[in-house]
Unconditional design. Structure first.
Length: 257
């Protein structure tokens, strides 16, 4: 069964081209079965109306709609091993593509992700790559979730409070109750508050400051990557290969696994 939303395209074109009513959204079956009811809730209908209105006003919204659910399609529900929780998408052109902290190939690596790479080197000896595309992690079971799935051009946090948080609360609740021995990485106060519902006896919850340059001192040395892998191995799971490939290409669109 398909999920539908009225969607807003990223590019600046005519208003009638911006609004696509009833466009089909594809989501991996495991996620879909758990989240389908959310799309019928009043908050989601209000979110759709707001996005349509802002699109009519000429607003540019990132990422493009076909990438809103990239994380769900690259990391099926029953394959989630690690959850990294971000806040909202990057708000520059060609950056956001549906995975938190990640940018498309060819886009400069954002400062927070550079600090993540530095911690990877400190923790596991992994040399930083020259791109910021994290698809390899997602395909191994690292669910890269932003709390808010859209943002407006040049306006950070512009879609906070519109309804996405309610949706991603349901996502976290589904992971908390529907999986076992999952690793949650909560970086910064926002992620920590968002993750308060997680059962710490059922899952491993790792917390630190955000890797932003403003708070990186509290992130450096957290060793979350080695701690996550040690925990996964204790559970008999294959650890994550945090080494990203040197060469990457981005698909035009991610289809459900």
């Amino acid at each position: 069964m398909s999920i539908y939303l009225g969607l807003v395209y990223e590019c600046k074109v005519k208003v009638e081209q911006l609004i696509v009513s009833g466009r089909e959204i594809k989501m991996e079956d495991g996620w879909k079965s758990r989240l389908n009811k959310q799309f019928e809730q009043p908050y989601m209908k209000e979110l759709r109306k707001t996005l349509v209105a802002r699109g009519k006003a000429g607003t540019t919204i990132y990422p493009p709609p076909e990438r809103w659910f990239t994380a769900f399609n690259l990391t099926p529900f029953d394959q989630v091993k690690v959850v990294i929780l971000g806040q909202d998408p990057y708000h520059g052109p060609n950056q956001a593509h549906g995975l938190c902290f990640s940018v498309l190939p060819g886009v400069p690596i954002p400062p927070s992700l550079r600090n993540v790479y530095k911690e990877l080197k400190e923790d596991l000896g992994i040399e930083p790559v020259k791109h910021g595309y994290l698809e390899s992690w997602a395909r191994q079971g690292v669910f890269l979730l932003n709390s808010v799935l859209t943002v407006e051009h040049g306006d950070a946090a512009s879609h906070q409070g519109l309804g996405w948080e309610t949706f991603t609360d349901a996502v976290i609740d589904s992971l908390n109750t529907g999986t076992e021995k999952t690793v949650f990485m909560l970086w910064g106060g926002y992620a920590k508050r968002k993750g308060q519902i997680i059962d710490t006896e059922r899952h491993l919850v790792l917390q630190s400051a955000h890797p932003s340059p403003l708070s990186v001192r509290g992130f450096t040395g957290c060793k979350h990557f080695s701690k996550a892998n040690a925990y996964l191995q204790q559970q008999g799971e294959t650890p994550i290969d945090w080494q990203l490939p040197e060469s990457v290409t981005a698909p035009d669109q991610v289809t459900p696994a």
